[in-house]
Design a protein around this ligand. Structure first.
Ligand code: CDT
Length: 301
């Protein structure tokens, strides 16, 4: 057995006025709980340090850039790195990244138990739109504030296994998991901020959105025989609700832990990475069973 005791650390709402320091204090509280439960790795959501700012329309680039991190770790996040290292706990969280070249990405990192950043992923599938859209009940301006990621979907060998990352909307795309699956991924880590209602379809509410969340994550896990952990930022941010429903899914596609609140909430599960082996050697032995001669359209325009 190769056990990674994973803590999926759901965050409740973060209001627009809430400081990074206050959010980091909440994250540290969850990390303390994770340590007490024997976790060796902790996963936090997409854009974990701030409110989901892409719902706000901004024209002033300085105002936009204030939501971004210019370095990692920085003064606000250093306590996370220090505590995780003290606990010997690996860690992953999402944040808005502003590079020295002035590029903007929706990013997440994987930090090993010694505090070293061993992996960085930049969100590929950016949902939403880039201009103010009067037809929507609320805005989702990821295409305005970020450029599509330039990393692809690598996997990293660390903590005794093969880990991959993706972010929120990426989880709805089978290609996301398959590209990592083809590299032998054993655990996919992802965070999300998903509005509880569809801004363009009033009859699509939280039940349907939670169903699509489970469906995407369970299918990705099963079809690639990998663990997948998906962790929400949940609850009501300044009047805009986000679903909870954080979950850990095993390589059979079965849910082994699921959040019940829309607040800060910790799920802990001992994930055996060796449980990925059976599916990878049988029904999803890609080398034996894939028929790539029929898959060309997937990468054609
Ligand atoms: N953050 C993020 O990617 N949210 C999207 C909302 C889609 S609706 C524009 C998601 O796929 O959950």
């Amino acid at each position: 057995m190769r056990i990674v005791t994973l803590a999926a650390a759901q965050l409740g709402p973060i209001q627009r006025a809430e400081s990074r320091q206050h959010v980091v204090a909440r994250m540290l509280e969850l990390m303390d709980q994770a340590k007490a439960k024997g976790a060796t790795m902790i996963l936090y959501p997409e854009l974990a340090l701030t409110t989901f700012f892409p719902r706000w329309y901004m024209e002033d680039q300085a105002e936009v850039d204030a939501w971004f991190e210019r370095e990692m770790p920085n003064a606000a996040t250093l306590p996370l790195f220090e505590r995780a290292k003290e606990y010997g706990m690996a860690m992953s969280f999402g944040y808005a990244e502003l590079t020295p070249e002035g590029r903007h990405f929706n990013t997440c990192i994987l930090v090993d138990r010694t505090g070293k950043i061993v992996g960085k992923y930049r969100k590929t599938h950016l949902p939403g739109h880039s201009e103010f859209d009067t037809s929507r009940a609320f805005q989702h301006l990821e295409k305005r504030y970020f450029e599509p990621g330039d990393t692809g979907f690598p996997v990293w060998r660390t903590e005794g296994g093969l880990f991959g990352m993706c972010i929120c909307n990426d989880r709805r795309w089978p290609e996301t998991y398959r590209v990592m699956g083809l590299q032998g991924v054993e655990m996919v880590l992802l965070g999300y901020n998903t509005p509880s209602v569809n801004s363009q379809k009033a009859d699509e509410g939280p039940e349907k959105r939670l169903f699509h969340n489970r469906l995407s994550v369970q299918a990705g896990a099963y079809q690639n025989s990998t663990w997948v952990a998906a962790v929400a930022k949940a609850g009501n941010e300044d009047g805009f609700p986000l679903i909870g429903g954080s979950l850990i899914v095993d390589p059979n596609g079965e849910i082994v832990a699921e959040a019940t609140t829309e607040d800060d909430e910790l799920l802990v599960h001992a994930c055996d990475l060796d449980a990925t082996k059976f599916g990878k050697a049988t029904i999803f032995d890609f080398a034996r069973h894939r028929r790539i001669e029929h898959y060309g359209r997937i990468t054609a325009q």
